[in-house]
Design a protein around this ligand. Structure first.
Ligand code: NAP
Length: 293
């Protein structure tokens, strides 16, 4: 097909060569016969980010995904943000464009938050959960915090530095334009008594650190602490490579329901696909494309 007939969508981030998004989305576009090419748009610095976002206004662009480290920096460069960004995640991972009489408008969305919600829903976690312990205090942790609060679940958060965990709760309060709640629910990952106490109280444990990526022996917390979780607790590791992390394996061995990050990765992709194309995403095609990686 001549390039002039192709629409383009791409991934903005740094580094992105390892990303699974191109294979997943290209398989979906091809399966539906859509003339769209998914590209990698390596974006080294803030000036390049501004140029990239501005280029999304051009004809022939369908939209974009945004990943580390630009999910927050992109907020100020877009024309509008949907509720998933404003209330749930505070960060953008998907951009759509709208043609209006006044020109092109770029809209920011976050599909990680609803994907996270859906995975826990499918694990039957929401009905019976009152507290969630989140490990890590970056972008994915923010989405987890926002969804937890929207679901009426009280969060605990642990990070390498206690200050990062406190800042994460403060950012959540800012986003919800409310008071800082649960100020004593932030602690350091190496504070093992606090970790054990939070585990005893939590029906959901989420790993939102990269620990475990590419290393099935690495874990974000000492695995012998998992016995502190209630027997009906669920464990969700956002790390998606390997598909079964050390944390997931240990949780399952301890008799807990546990899931790695690949299903969430799939769901955030299907949501982005539908935002760009207005069509249902070919779920199984995308699942197979992810599994082949
Ligand atoms: P991020 O914004 O860079 O935040 C990472 C967080 O993990 C920070 O709090 C960081 O702490 C902490 N961290 C980094 N290295 C650590 C270590 N060795 N030990 C303990 N904590 C550590 O990244 P993110 O976007 O939140 O993503 C976090 C993980 O979730 C990544 O592995 C990402 O691939 C995964 N993720 C998966 C999905 C999915 O769909 N499955 C979606 C989003 C993210 P410092 O501030 O101290 O560095």
């Amino acid at each position: 097909m001549p390039d002039s007939l192709l629409q383009r969508v791409g991934l903005i981030g740094r580094p992105i060569a390892h990303s699974r998004s191109p294979a997943m989305h290209q398989a979906a576009f091809d399966a539906l016969g859509l003339p769209v090419r998914y590209e990698l748009w390596e974006t080294p610095d803030v000036a390049a980010l501004a140029r990239r976002i501005s280029a999304l206004r051009q004809l022939g662009i369908l939209g974009a995904n945004i990943t580390i480290p630009w999910k927050e920096a992109a907020l100020a460069l877009l024309d509008d943000l949907d509720e998933s960004v404003r209330r749930l995640a505070g960060a953008v991972n998907t951009v759509t464009r709208e043609e209006t009489a006044q020109g092109v408008r770029l809209i920011g969305h976050n599909t990680d938050a609803p994907a996270f919600d859906r995975v826990l829903d499918e694990m039957d976690a929401w009905a019976s959960s009152r507290r969630m312990l989140i490990l890590g205090a970056g972008g994915a942790a923010q989405a987890a915090l926002g969804v937890a609060v929207a679901r009426g679940v009280e969060p605990w958060i642990a990070a390498r530095r206690v200050e990062s965990a406190q800042e994460a709760l403060a950012r959540l309060a800012g986003r919800l334009a409310g008071p800082l709640r649960w100020p004593d629910h932030a602690f350091a990952l190496d504070d093992l008594p606090a970790l054990a106490a939070a585990l005893r109280e939590s029906q959901i444990l989420v790993n939102a650190t990269p620990t475990g990526t590419g290393d099935p022996l690495a874990s974000p917390l000492p695995l012998d602490l998992l016995v502190a979780l209630p027997a009906d607790a669920v464990v969700l590791d956002l790390v998606y490579a390997p598909p079964e992390t050390g944390l997931v394996r240990a949780a399952r061995a301890a008799g807990l329901r546990a899931m790695g990050g690949r299903t969430m990765l799939l769901y955030q992709g299907t949501l982005a696909f539908t935002l760009w194309t207005d069509q249902p995403a070919p779920l199984e095609v995308m699942r197979r494309a992810l599994a082949l990686e």
